[in-house]
Design a protein around this ligand. Structure first.
Ligand SMILES: Cc1cc2nc3c(=O)[nH]c(=O)nc-3n(C[C@H](O)[C@H](O)[C@H](O)COP(=O)(O)OP(=O)(O)OC[C@H]3O[C@@H](n4cnc5c(N)ncnc54)[C@H](O)[C@@H]3O)c2cc1C
Length: 427
């Protein structure tokens, strides 16, 4: 009997769980992804080049302004919409989804997160002016914001102040430092960087969030970029040697980023969204492949082997587990999570990142040798998916570390070091 191609599932599983607006935004991302981004993905992956055409189309579609309020001309989306759109984009081009995530996340800190902070009247007025400026740049001028936080030190995990320093001067700051893994390096218009206000005894509380214009004198992008996966994010090194920026570069009031990050840890969870999409794509591919429906491949079916059926069942279970946790976070994450809510966020993050890699690995083993060809997207999904769980601050290792500790200890609790001689079990 001939195999009839089936439509691919919705990224939320059941679209009925989403609002009409969310469904429309996902549909827009799906259309762009399917028709435009997926066909270009292999070329940009091969060349490790940034898909600037995708960026132009994201801008034209209005999705670059996803997290800008409607009254400012944006799409009025928030955390949930960012997660859903980035996940859908991830099905078609993981690197575009991750790059989109960086930009959209910067606009979320500036907008939704800032709106929920307890600011003084003066800070609120100041922030309103900054929001108007930066949101207008995104909406009217299609400007793109990268979010290079990482420096390769303990600051990325909140254990030390950022090494990049901002010295206050008349009308602005002088920023000096360097950032590693700057996704969108060389194509962004602004780099939303975290730096430490240069004061004696500065701590992570003195973190500043500044949008450094890419064309400011001194800004440069350096170093090679030839990684395993997510190659089209072109996440090279950003160097900021005494770069002057104006007061208007502030994306949050001075000293407020630390509080924002403590109160909105779910923003770290946005990094999982592209990988949710990659996991779905690997599963969809495997089903198509085993049913002999992959375009350009001979219509040979392999679905009749019980071993394949079992493997697909395993993938399906892992995918649904990841999706359930992903959607719970995407749709219900709130500021100020208590200890158990934070555990759920980290458990969801870990599950999506590790499941994406596991599903892709199982997909390759199940589809077999012919599926590993670079002419097919599965080997790219596999390489891209492997990058997820190394992303700070919630790497897979650090999720396990923090989950284990928070499950067993209250925040201030410690143990006396155990001397094995005093341990009754040693007797
Ligand atoms: C494709 C890609 C794109 C990226 N894009 C961006 C971006 O746009 N913006 C951005 O800010 N970053 C970005 N990153 C960087 C990413 O978030 C991490 O910062 C980076 O991968 C960490 O590099 P590393 O493993 O060499 O770090 P290292 O600092 O060497 O850490 C190695 C591992 O050690 C563990 N570790 C680190 N510090 C501690 C600690 N204090 N205690 C216990 N364990 C610790 C962690 O598990 C970590 O994975 C990107 C990374 C990738 C792969």
């Amino acid at each position: 009997m001939p195999v009839v191609p089936r439509p691919v599932p919705h990224v939320a599983g059941d679209p009925g769980r989403l609002t009409d607006r969310q469904q429309a935004l996902v549909a827009l991302a799906a259309e762009l992804g399917r028709s435009r981004f997926a066909p270009r993905a292999a070329g940009h992956d091969r060349d490790a080049s940034f898909p600037v055409e995708n960026l132009r189309e994201l801008r034209d579609s209005g999705l670059l302004a996803l997290c800008v309020p409607v009254e400012r001309g944006g799409q009025g989306g928030g955390y949930a919409e960012l997660m859903l759109v980035a996940a859908e984009l991830g099905r078609h081009c993981g690197a575009t989804a991750l790059s989109f995530n960086m930009h959209a996340c910067a606009t979320l800190w500036l907008g939704e997160v800032a709106d929920q902070l307890d600011l003084s009247e003066r800070e609120r007025a100041d922030q309103a002016a900054r929001q108007a400026l930066h949101q207008e740049r995104v909406v009217r001028h299609g400007k793109l914001y990268a979010q290079p936080f990482s420096e390769g030190g303990a600051a990325s995990v909140g254990k030390a102040p950022w090494g990049t320093l901002a010295r206050r001067v008349e009308g602005g700051y002088v920023v000096t430092g360097r950032k590693v893994f700057a996704t969108l390096a060389g194509v962004a218009d602004h780099y939303a960087v975290l730096c430490t206000l240069d004061t004696p005894g500065a701590s992570p509380r003195d973190t500043l969030f500044l949008a450094v214009p890419a064309d400011a004198p001194g800004v440069s992008v350096t170093g090679p970029w030839d990684p395993l996966g997510m190659r089209a994010t072109v996440s090279r090194r950003l160097v900021l040697p005494d770069v002057c920026v104006r007061d208007s570069a502030r994306l949050l009031p001075e000293g407020r980023y630390h509080e924002a990050a403590q109160r909105h840890p779910h923003l770290y969870g946005t990094l999982a969204a592209p990988y949710m999409g990659i996991a779905q794509a690997a599963y969809d591919f495997t089903v198509q492949y085993l049913r002999g429906e992959v375009p350009g491949m001979p219509p040979v079916t392999r679905r009749m082997y019980p071993t394949k059926q079992l493997a697909v069942a395993q993938m399906c279970i892992q995918l649904e587990q990841a999706r359930a946790m992903f959607l719970d976070t995407a749709l219900h994450a709130r500021p100020d999570p208590d200890a158990t809510a934070l555990q759920r966020l980290q458990a969801a993050h870990y599950t999506v990142m590790e499941s994406a890699a596991a599903i892709c690995s199982l997909a390759l083993r199940t589809c077999g040798g012919a599926s590993m060809m670079r002419s097919l997207p599965l080997e790219r999904y596999f390489r891209d998916a492997r990058c997820g769980s190394v992303m700070l601050p919630w790497t897979a290792e650090l999720c396990l570390d923090q989950l284990g500790r928070s499950a067993l200890y209250d925040p201030d609790e410690t143990d006396e070091p155990v001397d094995p001689v005093d341990d009754p079990r040693a007797a």
